[in-house]
Design a protein around this ligand. Structure first.
Ligand code: ADP
Length: 449
């Protein structure tokens, strides 16, 4: 027999959980549906943080930033392909989203930086740990406090529509039994398609053979379901490869390492590019090296300031040595070349001027305190910027830009916000900002307010 709710949320990443919490708090009866056996989607793997400008936490630290600059740098990073209306909304709502989290005891009060921005605006947990696990555990706590129902190992197979408006979903559980759930609002927060190799290669044949950093549920099923009910898509070929992925495990090495002062060095022992450029550009430079891979090199000071570094050491990714000389030997690298590279970089740090590659940010401190560390990295498929089209209410749009009543989209399933290249720290901002909005508007429609 069919079951009735006001709002069905599809997906337990950051977008889905934020949407569910907001819809519940607005008075809706909410159910969350997740196809995997665990909660958290790809969000749980998010590493660096959440971007926002003009926040309380920036002010506390004396960081002067502006929404306008955040907008301009995101647009530039996205090669001016971003949907300007969605991007404006994103930038405007970001500080409130930070406060929405803080009010739920999910405080992102430490601040760092990623590639393509000029000011520290990437908010992360106080202990500088990865943002994903912290965010998901905080959101799950809030979901549980509210007794919001979560169905795991249950896939939404179809979004049901009558007379042009959404009426519910058809779900299939782990025993392959299907049933109907009725709801006036369905929030699709199913994430991207980086783990769907066929779909990635369809849009970008040259990405065949690349590893992916994503969890295996990132298959793009939400995009297909929404297309089936008439949704339009945008930027489907815009697929981000992240420059620093450990290749034997497909594990992402956080941009926080470079943001904390690490450099990239080729097998020849040389820096080859501005490490703080956007992900697309850094990836392209690594692929252009003869080995198609490089080393992230850092010292004890960088390690001590980045919790993730110890995780990489524990996972066995890191080669370490007491001196640069001994590190070079272990990396099978020209010793003199690495010494020279470090010496030269340290001079640039001292004068805060990277004469070789114009790195302008995160010239944090000289790399001169042993032990020294290196991780071998190469690019991997990381984020799909394209997806379904929405308006600023998160209502899903058809090819005529008309709303499909009752269909809402938030998070990586949506296209347009990031243009041709997403800035590190903007995905977490995206899922929270638009997740809240989707929850609010979905509840409003379902409750007839
Ligand atoms: P976002 O970052 O946009 O919140 P995530 O990738 O973190 O997205 O989370 C999306 C979640 O949606 C994942 O946990 C994924 O397993 C789940 N999901 C994807 N497709 C379906 C589906 N058809 N039915 C139920 N859950 C789905």
């Amino acid at each position: 027999a069919p079951v009735n709710y006001d709002v069905v949320v599809v997906g337990t990443g950051g977008a889905g959980l934020a949407a569910a919490i907001q819809a519940h708090d607005d008075g809706a009866r909410v159910v969350i549906i997740e196809k995997m056996p665990t909660i958290g989607g790809n969000t749980i793997k998010a590493s660096v943080g959440m971007n926002a400008a003009e926040t309380r936490y920036q002010k506390l630290k004396g960081i002067e930033d502006s929404k306008e600059l955040f907008y301009e740098e995101t647009l530039k990073g996205g090669k001016f392909k971003n949907n300007p209306v969605l991007l404006r909304e994103f930038v405007e709502q970001a500080p409130e989203a930070i406060e929405w989290l803080a009010a739920k005891e999910i405080e992102l009060c430490d601040i760092t930086i990623t590639g393509g921005m000029s000011i520290d605006r990437t908010h992360r947990p106080e202990d500088r740990s990865a943002v994903g696990g912290f965010l998901i555990s905080g959101l799950v706590k809030n979901v549980n406090q509210r007794n919001i129902e979560v169905l795991l190992e249950t896939s939404v197979a179809e979004i049901l529509v009558e007379n042009g408006a959404v009426t519910g979903v058809k779900v299939v559980d782990e025993y392959n039994d299907s049933r109907i759930i009725n709801a006036k609002s369905v929030i699709v927060a199913t994430g991207g398609f980086s783990a769907n190799r066929e779909m990635v290669v369809k849009y970008r044949p040259e990405l065949d053979g690349f590893v992916t950093t994503n969890h295996k549920g990132a298959t793009g099923s939400g995009i297909a379901m929404l297309q089936h009910i008439g949704a339009d898509t945008v930027d489907m070929g815009e697929i981000q490869i992240h420059p620093t992925v450990e290749q034997t495990t497909s594990y992402l090495i956080s941009e926080a390492m470079r943001g904390g002062g690490a450099i990239l060095v080729s097998q020849a022992g040389k820096r080859f590019y501005n490490e703080m450029e956007t992900r697309d550009k850094v990836s392209a430079e690594i692929i252009a090296l003869p080995e198609k891979s490089a080393w992230i090199v850092f010292d004890e000071q960088v390690r001590a300031n980045n919790k993730a570094a110890d995780e990489y050491i524990a996972k066995g990714f890191v080669i370490s040595a007491p001196t640069p000389h001994e590190l070079a030997v272990k990396l099978n690298m020209d010793q003199e070349a690495l010494q020279t590279t470090l010496g030269r970089y340290n001079e640039f740090v001292a004068k805060q001027d990277d004469e070789d590659f114009g790195r302008k940010t995160a010239l944090r401190h000289p790399l001169n305190k042993g032990p020294y560390f290196a991780i071998r990295i190469a690019p991997g498929v990381h984020h799909t910027m394209g997806g379904v089209t929405i308006n600023t209410d998160t209502a899903v749009l058809d090819a005529q830009k008309a709303v499909i009543p009752g269909a809402w989209g938030a998070g990586e399933v949506v296209g347009g916000i990031h243009g041709a290249n997403r800035i590190g720290g903007n995905a977490v901002a995206d899922i929270i900002i638009f997740g809240i909005k989707a929850g609010h508007n979905a509840a409003k429609l379902a409750l007839g307010h």
